[in-house]
Every structure is written in C-alpha cells, then in structure tokens.
Write a protein that binds this ligand. Structure first.
Ligand SMILES: Cc1ncc(COP(=O)(O)O)c(C=O)c1O
Ligand SMILES: [Zn+2]
Length: 389
C-alpha cells in the first residue's frame, strides 16, 4: 500500500484515506495533513506529472496529457483592456484534454479511486468537473455516475455520457444536485469524487501555480486573478505558491484576487462585509425563465461554472485572499460579455465562465486598482466549444 497523507479536519480529528470517508464526523470539510512540497520537476514529462513528486498520489499512468498549458501574453499592442494589458498573461487552460482546468484535479481523484480500490465513483458538477471526472474515470476503468443541475450545456452532457458515465439531471438550485449526489454516495458506498470535498483534488489544481512559476522563469507574478465558485483553483493555486514559499523558492505568495459574478456573489459579499464565513446566496438559481428578448435567465449568471450559492470552502477562500493581500471582486453580465468578445477578437474562444477572470482584470486595470499592478496571470479556464455566450 502506498503512503497517503491523512485527511485532517480543523476540529482536530484525522482519518486514514478510505473509499467511504468524504467529510469529518463533525460535518466539516477535510484537508490533507501538510506535506512539504518536493520540488523536482521531471524535465522529460510535458504533462502535470512533471510535478509527480509534489503530488501525493502516484497516477501517471492515467494521464490524458493534462497540465503544462500555455502561458500567453495578453497584449500584442492591439485593442485590449481599457486600462492596458501590459504584464497580463493568460494561462490557456481550455486546451486541457476535456476543455477545462478541472482535468488537473480529476486525474488525481481517478488515480486515488484506483489506488484505494473504489469500483464506482459519484460526482456532482455544474458541468466541467463532471466532464473531467467522467473522462478520467473511463481512463482508470472506474464506473462513474455524474449528477448535474438542469440547464447544463448539451455539449457537456453529451461528453459526460460519451465517456460512459451515467448522468442524473437534478432540478432546482445547484445545492440540490450536491444533495442528490451525497444521497447516492451514502446509499451505495461509492467513492465521492467531489472537487469540493475531496482535498486530493487540490493536489491536482496546485500544479497551476507550479507551472506559472516555471513559465515565468522561476518567479512569482504579482497577482493571480482567478474565478471562484467553489474555489478549487483559488485553493489549489494558493497551495502551490505556499509550497514554493515554504521550500524557499519564492519569497511571497502572489496577491490572490477571486472573481465572482455579480448575480451570484456570496464570497464577495462576505469579503466586503468583513465576515470570516460565507452566507448562502439566496437569489441564485431561483429566478424565472428569460423574458422576451432576454438572453439569460434573470438573476442567473451566464457564468454557470461559478454560480455556487453556498461554497463549502468559502471561509478558506476568504482566508486566502486576506492573507495574500488580494480581494474578492465581482463582474457584471455586461463585463463578462465584453470580455468574452475582447478575447474572441484576439483568437481566444472561451466559455462564458472562462471570460470572468479577464473581465475582472479589465475592470481593475481601468480604475487603476493596485490589485492588478505588475505581472498578472489570469486563466482562460473553460473552452468555448462546450458552451457559448
Ligand atoms: C470554466 C470554469 N471556470 C471556473 C470554474 C470555477 O471553479 P470553482 O468552482 O472550483 O471555483 C468552473 C467550475 O466548474 C469552470 O467550469
Ligand atoms: Zn471535524
């Protein structure tokens, strides 16, 4: 048996990793007992497994070539952000095997499922985590059942089904989908491959930071601007840079600016109010159908990937942005649409959620905010081929 770090809860309890354990007996979310980051990139590996020594699950053989996504300069001297794009870099996550950064976490969870002998897994997702888990479960030969909320793009559904996973569409707000998945997990004893609850997912997303560090020539940018629904990229990117700092490779963690849609902004609301925890956003997902001529459901953001009313790790996101001197900011539907169009005009085709981080960069740069001074990295986190504006 391979040595895995234990699950640990803030209440002090810890648990050996097992198929059935997905949260603490106190109801709290589990983290991993801290393991120092082992920095020895494998020069001949051009996937996320370049950082295999820093990922506490041996999983190379399930790779679909995820990770090592391009870092491209935003500015080419043409029309860009209203405040200028100098020093802004896009991390092009949408070239990942299933079209989003979720592949980073999914490959690690699939490897973990195999390692601990889980024949079946369950996941719930607004779309991209579901497509990623379905693909990597198929790769690892683990049966998958994916719960999605109604309204998820047809292409994401087709992809999940195409990979052989069973799909259950759940009506109502996103939390109902999570509740249905948990019920199935409890009833069947399946492995809950949750990008929200399983901390091994963050061991995958942390490679985002390790790549940025290497791609910027062994330096940290001044700021990371990241979309935040459940915060898997925020938490992963923080873990990566905190690990590099602990290893003495950088002297600080970049400012982390988390971005939410104005129409679903529970973490931003808690940040602005100075609270330590997040209260559920009651308006999300409860709105009526679109009115005549309206392109989006009133009260529901086009950024489906970050429409999370009650993020289970909201308090952690708040801690991270506060510790790094960052912030939680919001973008309007109009800003998302303009940023989507500005990216498309430069040859970059993202799904609406994929335009959110750049929308924040544009807004912050245009008002001269210190949050986006210096070198800034923003992900283009999801592909426009799966969902359009
Ligand atoms: C394209 C895209 N960007 C961002 C996110 C947000 O990720 P998280 O909910 O982990 O913050 C998602 C989540 O599904 C996504 O699909
Ligand atoms: Zn606990």
């Amino acid at each position: 048996m391979v040595d895995l770090p234990e699950y640990a809860c803030a209440c002090g309890r810890s648990y050996e990793v097992s198929v059935g354990r997905w949260r603490c007996d106190c109801g709290g979310v589990l983290d991993l007992a801290a393991v120092p980051l082992a920095w020895s990139p494998r020069g001949d590996d051009h996937s996320l497994w370049r950082y295999a020594d820093a990922i506490p699950v041996p999983g190379r053989r399930f790779s679909l070539g995820e990770g090592m996504t391009p870092l491209v300069e935003a500015s080419l001297g043409g029309a860009g952000s209203p405040g200028g794009d100098d020093g802004v870099w896009f991390k092009v996550e949408y070239v990942s095997p299933t079209g989003s950064f979720k592949d980073r976490g999914a490959v690690v969870l699939a490897a973990l499922a195999d390692l601990i002998g889980a024949p079946r897994l369950v996941a719930d997702s607004s779309g991209n985590a579901g497509t990623a888990m379905a693909a990597y479960a198929a790769r690892a030969g683990v049966a998958a059942e994916i719960f999605v909320p109604s309204g998820v793009s047809e292409k994401k559904l087709a992809q999940i089904r195409g990979h052989g996973a069973r799909v259950t569409v759940v009506e109502g707000p996103r939390e109902e989908t999570a509740r249905a998945a948990v019920e199935r997990v409890e009833a069947t004893g399946a492995f809950y491959a949750s990008h929200v609850y399983n901390p091994f997912f963050y061991e995958g997303t942390k490679t985002y930071a390790l790549e940025v560090f290497e791609q910027l020539g062994g330096t940290a940018p001044d700021a990371l601007v990241l979309p935040a629904g459940n915060g898997t990229l925020v938490i992963g990117a923080y873990l990566g840079f905190a690990g590099l700092r602990a290893a003495g490779l950088v002297d600080r963690v970049p400012r982390i600016v988390a971005v939410q849609a104005e129409l679903c902004a529970p973490v931003a609301e808690a940040f602005t109010s100075g609270r330590a925890d997040v209260e559920a956003w009651s308006a999300a997902g409860t709105a009526e159908a679109p009115g005549p001529g309206e392109r989006t459901v009133a009260g529901r953001t086009v950024a489906e990937g970050i429409a999370i009313a009650a993020p289970a790790r909201g308090a952690r996101i708040l801690e991270i942005v506060r510790e790094t001197g960052g912030a939680v900011v919001t973008v309007s539907e109009k800003e998302i649409a303009l940023s989507h169009a500005a990216l498309a005009a430069r040859g970059l085709w993202v799904e609406p959620t994929g335009a959110v981080a750049y929308a924040a960069v544009r807004g912050l740069r245009s008002c001269g905010s210190p949050l986006t001074e210096g070198t800034v990295v923003a992900p283009l986190c999801g592909s426009g081929l799966k969902a359009s504006m």
